[in-house]
Structures are given as C-alpha cells and as structure tokens.
Ligand binder design. Structure first.
Ligand code: KIV
Ligand code: ZN
Length: 515
C-alpha cells in the first residue's frame, strides 16, 4: 500500500537564515499562507528565541494558519522551549522542534561535552517540552557524520522520552545517496522503538545531492521530508521541496508513496518565495526554472509537436503553469515556426514558409530570441524593410534633472518617421519611471510597464549597464534590451526598441485586420 510522505517546509527558518535581508513579519505571513495553500503538512516558521522580530512573526503566523501545523525551532535549553511554546500558544496545532549535535565533531569541538551528557540534555529537554505539546521533533544535528551506534542509541532514548518525530539531518550535505539510505535502513533495523516515531530527513545541498539523498531515504522508509521552496537555505541550500514532490508524483509507481500537496500551487509558491526573498530562480532550475518546460532545439520542438511525451516527463500544467511556448531561436525549425503562426491565427496559405524561415534565421542570428511579433512582421514584410522600420522612432535628445527631494524632470525629443515630437514630464516616481512616463505621453500608445531590470558591471574603468524591459500592449508582451555605459541612455533605448516593435506590429495587424 502507498505511504503518505509528510512534507515539512523550513523556508521560513532554514531558508530565511540564508537571506541577506531578513523578511519582515508581513512577508513571512504571505509565504506561510502560500505554503498552507500548497498543502504543506508542517511549516517551520522560525526560531523564536533568536530575536524579538522572529518571535513576533511566529506569533502572527500562529494566529492565522489553520490547515498546516506550525512548528518552531529550539535548542535543548528551557528558555528556548518556553519561548517557542509561548510564540505558538495561539496556534491550532503546533510542534516544537529541538535539536542537538550528535556527531563527535559537534559534541567535542562545538558543544564541548561527551556523548552521555548529550543524551541527558536531549532526554531532559524532551521531557520538559511535554508540558507544552506531545508533538515533539528531535533532530540529531550532523547525523550524516554521526557514528551509527551513537545515532541508534540517542534515537532510542529520545523516542523513549517522548519524541514523536526523529529527524536525521545531513547538516553539511556530505553523504551520498547509498550511504544516506543505509543510515535510514540501519535505524529502522536497530532501534527497537522506532515504530513509535516518524523518521524525518533534512538534507543540505553542498554536493548537489540533497534531493537525491531525500529520495533514497524515502525508499529506505523515511516518512517525512524537510526542505525549502526553490531549495533556498544555508550555504548551497536545502532540499528543494518542489523537486522531491514532483519526483514522488512522476515516479509514484516505483516509489509507492504520495504527498498531500496541491501540485497546481507549486509554481505560484515558488514565485512568491523568489519575489519576497529576493532570490532569483535560475532558468535551468528543475521544475520551476523558466526553461524547465521550454524546448529549444529544432529536433526537440518537432518531437514535442508530434507528441509531448517525446521530450516531456511531466506536463507544465501539473505545477500550475500554462502551456509553455517554445523559444524561437536559430535552432528552431520550420515545424515550430508554422506552429507559432498557427497559434497566432494564421494559416499556411497566408504566408510563404520558405521566405519566412530564411528571414527568421537571419533575424535570429542577429537578435538571439525571436518573438511572436517579430515572426508575424517577417511573415508579411521583407527582412530589410523590417530592419528599417525598427528605426521609425529615434531619440534625438534626452535631458534629465533630479533633485534631492526626489523630483525628476525629463524632457525628450523623439523623431517619429520624419516628425519631431517633444515632451517634458515631472514626477516623484524615480528618474527611470519618469522617462517611461514621458515616452508614453509622447507616443500615445496604451502601454503598461511590466519589467525594468538593470544589471551594471564594471569593465575597463567603465560601468556598462544592460537594461531589459517588458511592456504590455494590447494583451501582448514586448521585450526591449539595450546596453550602454550610460544608464539613462540604456534605459531609454530599451524603451525605444519596444516602441518600434509595437509600431511595426500595429502596421501589420491593421493591414491584416487583426485589430
Ligand atoms: O541542518 C540542520 O541540521 C538543521 C537542524 C536544526 C535540523 O537545520
Ligand atoms: Zn538545516
């Protein structure tokens, strides 16, 4: 029979520990609500003794979260346990998670104790915690490097004292999947009272093995997996929960386990965590990276169009993503181009595929990624004309002033075809936004700014800024990119590139009655 794996999320504790700027309680609550919506069984919300801010966040979250169980971390110290219990006193259900180093390294060189003293501290702390709750998790910190004899001994004692979950952390991400699964099997074989407790695993990703180790632990009988969304956490991070969850779903026949997770919430949860924690998800990150479901090579795109299963083991809708469109690049073939044209409502008789393909390849060589609106334009005009039209709007002059009160004044002279337009705008919304606002008023397109991303690097005594902008116009997203040593010029140019693309697209769509 299939076993349920308990999903324990520690994004707000182990994950938050690694952030450069701590989250405030409002941000933590937002993450907790999104984890609750995802169907996480246990949310470790903090380490309340560590700071008044952490205490307040735990308290606030405990008042609101009802579906998931709340958990707080404590050392084997009475004050930690009291404060953890106090912070969660309003929670519907709560767990106290206490931890203590069990490897010789931690015992002798960090805690400066001996093993008998460690057992005594663990047992007395668990007995003390029982006054607050029966739901007690005990973590053998650095279990991955703890001798099997000591690990089994302390686990037996803590279960006897009242621990209902025993956690086996690979604190420094040292073990290999075969070693880690043996640790779990040995515990199950050698600890006589192990049936009274759930075995949990908590892996770090120093060798990139956290998810692999967690999966092998499940195969060896672990009943709870700990981790964080997007794998954020100390050093190289923790087990990425979305990866474990989808591995369980995708390989359910072989693993014979399931989770209570609402998979469709995974993508949104990942986005929420990334945004609030200010940690970008790498594009190639499994499950939630922007490329995780996108196919680039012509052979793969053709294979996917014939049968998605050719190159997809999971479908993007599972995690709440809409169908992911192919990246159109110089590696794309005719099949992908025809498909995208069809998605835009054109039939093959509307355009010449050979001409379109040849122009597309030339443009892709210049531009890298080709967008819908580029393809649509190329289908109906020659590449040379397209390149010429891309210079319809030209910047003649841009003047900017800002003062310490925050007022920005921008005046722009823009050439549109053969005419010169001028506009001056003032705002307190920052100089870059004021530039955008001035352009918007100048050209009178009903656009809205969706992304304005700047990356500045120092190169040969100069600063070079790359600006990427995304603007929405008529339900379509237009992308502009520009590089310049002047941050203002780079920003203005990326917007002008977009304006030119919108202008071309408008001409084509008017001609073909698409608007
Ligand atoms: O990595 C670790 O050992 C921990 C414990 C506190 C569980 O985070
Ligand atoms: Zn940890």
């Amino acid at each position: 029979m299939s076993r349920k794996i308990i999903i324990f999320d520690t994004t707000l504790r182990d994950g938050e520990q690694a952030l450069q700027v701590s989250l405030n309680s409002r941000e933590k609550l937002k993450i907790a609500l999104s984890l609750e919506k995802l169907g996480v069984d246990i949310i470790e919300v903090g380490f309340p003794v560590s700071s008044p801010g952490d205490f307040n966040s735990v308290e606030k979250i405990s008042n609101v979260i009802k579906e998931s169980r709340i958990c707080s971390l404590a050392r084997c110290i009475k004050k930690d346990i009291d404060i953890a219990a106090q912070a969660m006193s309003n929670a519907k259900n709560f767990r106290i998670h206490i931890f203590l180093g069990t490897s010789n390294l931690h015992i002798y060189s960090k805690l400066r104790k001996n093993f008998s003293e460690i057992i005594e501290m663990a047992v007395s702390s668990i007995k003390y915690t029982l006054r607050y709750t029966n739901d007690i998790e005990f973590s053998c910190e650095d279990a991955g490097r703890t001798s099997p004899d000591n690990l089994c001994k302390i686990i037996e004692k803590v279960i006897q004292a009242g621990a209902t979950t025993v956690n086996i952390p690979d604190t420094v991400g040292y073990t290999l999947p075969t070693e880690f699964s043996k640790i779990i099997s040995d515990i199950r074989l050698r600890v006589p009272n192990i049936h009274k407790s759930v075995i949990s695993v908590h892996c770090h990703d120093d060798l990139g093995l956290a998810v692999g180790n967690s999966i092998s632990a499940i195969q060896a009988g672990a009943g709870q997996v700990e981790g964080t969304i997007n794998g954020i956490g100390e050093r190289a991070g923790n087990t990425a929960l979305e990866e474990v969850i989808l591995a369980i779903k995708t390989r359910k026949k072989i693993l014979n386990v399931y989770t209570g997770i609402k998979h469709k919430e995974l993508y949104n949860t990942s986005k929420t965590v990334s945004k609030l924690c200010n940690i970008m998800v790498p594009s190639n990150k499994a499950i939630v990276g922007s490329n995780a479901f996108s196919h680039s090579s012509g052979i793969h795109q053709d294979g996917i169009l014939k049968n998605r299963k050719n190159y997809e083991i999971m479908n993007p809708e599972t995690i709440g993503l809409k169908i992911v469109q192919f990246n159109l690049t110089s590696r794309s073939g005719r099949a992908a181009i025809k498909n995208r044209m069809q998605e835009m409502g054109y039939s093959e008789s509307d355009y010449n595929i050979e001409k379109l393909y040849m122009d597309f390849i030339k443009l892709a060589d210049i531009k890298g990624k080709v967008y819908d609106y580029d393809l649509e334009a190329l289908a109906f005009i020659k590449l040379e004309k397209f390149m010429k039209l891309k210079k319809y709007f030209k910047l003649k002059n841009l003047n900017i002033n800002f003062n310490t009160l925050g007022l920005s004044t921008v005046s722009i002279q823009l050439i549109a075809g053969k005419k010169l337009h001028t506009k001056k705008t003032k705002s307190f919304n920052g100089p870059l936004y004021t530039i955008y606002k001035t352009f918007k008023q100048l050209i009178n397109f009903n656009i809205s700014l969706k992304k304005f991303k700047l990356i500045t690097k120092i190169k040969e005594n100069k600063t070079i800024t790359q600006v990427k902008t995304v603007v929405k116009y008529n339900n379509r997203f237009f992308n502009g990119i520009s590089v310049n040593k002047n941050i203002i010029k780079a920003s203005a140019k990326s917007l002008i590139n977009i304006l030119n693309d919108i202008w071309i697209s408008k001409q084509i769509r008017i001609k073909f009655n698409k608007i």
